[in-house]
Design a protein around this ligand. Structure first.
Ligand code: HEC
Length: 192
């Protein structure tokens, strides 16, 4: 975190060791923002449509079990398809494997501030060692409340008990619509 510098509009760059990476800033900006946005969009659409299909097949509980088994395989297959590392991370996780690191936590809080001030959020790029990392907020929509809203209110008691069984350390509840539920963290390896 200490190494990070804010440079051009919307861009965070850090740990810039080589002259080569220094020379490619403007190129990085447009290319990786465009690619990151496209991958975040398709990843969100893929997860949402699979989630909705699972809900239609067997209701919320079956969708919960579907997410439990398939969320990671789905993001892994998107990673392979787009030759990028596609992850959903959060400060308040359901699956502890999705825990945001220090950098993602810092950016997630920044997105939350932008939203609470009514400002449009802009994706952020970070140059870290040999990778460009793209971050974009994942906002909570009404569809998400059945599993990430308030237990006993939007989350049914039966769903809550399935969540507790599958994720005994769950922290991903109590959200309201339009809150930042997490961030897309999409990593692109820079070619030498
Ligand atoms: C049917 C229940 C269900 C619904 C509806 C649901 N989720 Fe989740 N969500 C889960 C489960 C289960 C996980 C944990 C998946 C895993 O094991 O990686 C999860 C994990 C996540 C994560 C990763 C961070 C973490 O907490 O582990 C994000 C981000 C997320 N959900 C966002 C959303 C958003 C945004 C929506 C609405 C568009 C949504 N979810 C709708 C069940 C649900």
């Amino acid at each position: 975190m200490k190494k990070l510098l804010f440079l051009a509009a919307g861009i965070l760059l850090g740990a810039c060791h080589s002259k080569k990476t220094f020379q490619s800033y403007s190129h990085l900006d447009t290319t990786y923002i465009t690619r990151g946005n496209a991958i975040a969009k398709i990843s969100f659409e893929t997860l949402s449509s699979e989630l909705q299909k699972a809900m239609q097949r067997g209701g919320i509980d079956s969708a919960l079990r579907y997410c439990n088994l398939h969320a990671h395989p789905l993001t892994d297959s998107l990673s392979r398809a787009y030759q990028a590392s596609v992850k959903r991370v959060s400060t308040k996780t359901r699956n502890p494997n999705n825990q945001a690191d220090e950098l993602a936590t810092f950016l997630m809080k920044g997105f939350g501030i932008e939203i609470s001030e009514g400002k449009p959020t802009t994706p952020k790029l970070v140059l870290k060692e040999d990778s460009v990392l793209f971050f974009k907020p994942i906002l909570l929509q009404p569809l998400c409340l059945a599993c990430h809203g308030t237990p006993g209110k939007e989350i049914a008691f039966s769903t809550d008990s399935t969540i507790q069984k599958l994720y005994p350390r769950d922290k991903a509840v109590g959200y309201k619509t339009n809150e930042v539920r997490g961030v897309w963290r999409i990593g692109f390896k820079l070619k030498n």
